[in-house]
Design a protein around this ligand. Sequence first.
Ligand code: NAD
Length: 478
Amino acid sequence: MTIKNYINGELRDALSNKIINVVNPSIGKVYGTLPDSDSQDVMLAIEAAIEALPAWKILSFEQRFDLLLKLANGIESRMNEFVEAESMDNGKPEWLAAQSDIPRAISNLKFFASAQMNFPSESHHTPNQGLNYTLRQPIGVVGCISPWNLPLYLFTWKIAPALAAGNTVVAKPSEITPYTAYLLSTVCIEIGFPKGVLNIVHGLGAKVGQAIVEDKRVKAIAFTGGTVTGRAINIECAKQFKKVSLELGGKNPNIIFDDCDFEDMMATTVRSSFTNQGQICLCGSRIFIQKTIYTQFKEEFITRINQLTIGDPKTNVNIGAVVSEDHMHKILGYIELAKEEGGTILTGGKRYIPEGECRDGFFIEPTVIEGLGHLCRLNQEEIFGPVVTLIPFDTEENAIEMANSTPYGLACTIWTENVKKAHRVAQSIDSGIVWVNTWMVRDLRTPFGGMKESGIGREGGFEAMRFFTETKNVFIKY
Ligand code: NAD
């Protein structure tokens, strides 16, 4: 498989002709190559985006709606191909890509196709003086940079509102999972998407990503990825006064009170801990359990985790491979750290070696750890893998204090049947998203993003449309 850049409506190699290998993590083998692009390729993409901008930004809502819908339908008509590619590239089970990643990528495009038609602007009458109205205009050329954990899901989460708002885009998917973004560029060609409006440049973050961020002609950056990268991007954008939206890491608390619906909580907590091998920024990695039900929780949780199946993502397993060999070693390093910090591994804790074709793949057993203080490194740093810690608590205040004790503030889950308590805890938690008695239910109209080092700004619904537009107030004297 030879993945190519998509610039000015054409598939191209990197100008340097350099390539990078791309690996299927479930078998541990190279399956193809992607262009090792650099600033020259980014330059071409930016020039194409500048040229395409005047026509794209004045397109009628209906025309833009039709084109974005065609992209969505183009993915849908090649569903199996996208599902297989996403699973092969990332290691996630095919059923997960089929149930979640690819349908959600389609929804992102459909949702923002429609959102731009309904995006309101305000007007304010100033008594006896005149009328203000607000224009929300396209920003220009924008950069969208996305990570490997939900490849097409997050790639489209950025490009769909950017395009819908009338901008042209230079986008960079993760070099670890480039396949479905490449397939999307082939859909663009199939449906005759206007050239230069969307450009996809593959390659390393330090070359391609950085070149997009540093170029002054790119007027805004929407980034999803790690906090360290986000900080570097934020510094560069600050120098240029460039608009930036950052969706970064998390260390999310899952707070379980003794008055919860135990069965519902248990089934959901297994999912919120280990879906996508724990590689979702919203996974609950620190599980706080009220002491009164700690032992009951622990026994039942371990029983259920031990029933999870691991292995070939093409089969009906619960858990596939983690994304890369490096990432596997990073996660295993954290498990070693847990032991050094005095934690007890209740289950898992090792690399898993399946039989057959996947024996060289990068699998890790779902791992549950107890006995660690809430301030130790393991409970402060993002691991981003199938590893959770159990932490007992006495009171509501105690749970809130520990939950808020990390530098992150992305998502939180609260389990209680007491509605007053649910509201109290929800308002006291430092996080951009709170779920009560559920996990990862997403309504695309709602604001999405994190507090503290989990990010800056909000995307989703009209928040994303606001981010991707420049706001202008016009006052007309009576
Ligand atoms: P990463 O920061 O390493 O990479 C993300 C993207 O940025 C990639 O495309 C990468 O090539 C690019 N990049 C790297 N260095 C760059 C630079 N200097 N300039 C510009 N671009 C650069 O993150 P990752 O390992 O791909 O993804 C995992 C992280 O993403 C985790 O921390 C996870 O929590 C976070 N994440 C956050 C959300 C959210 O919505 N908050 C969602 C998914 C993942």
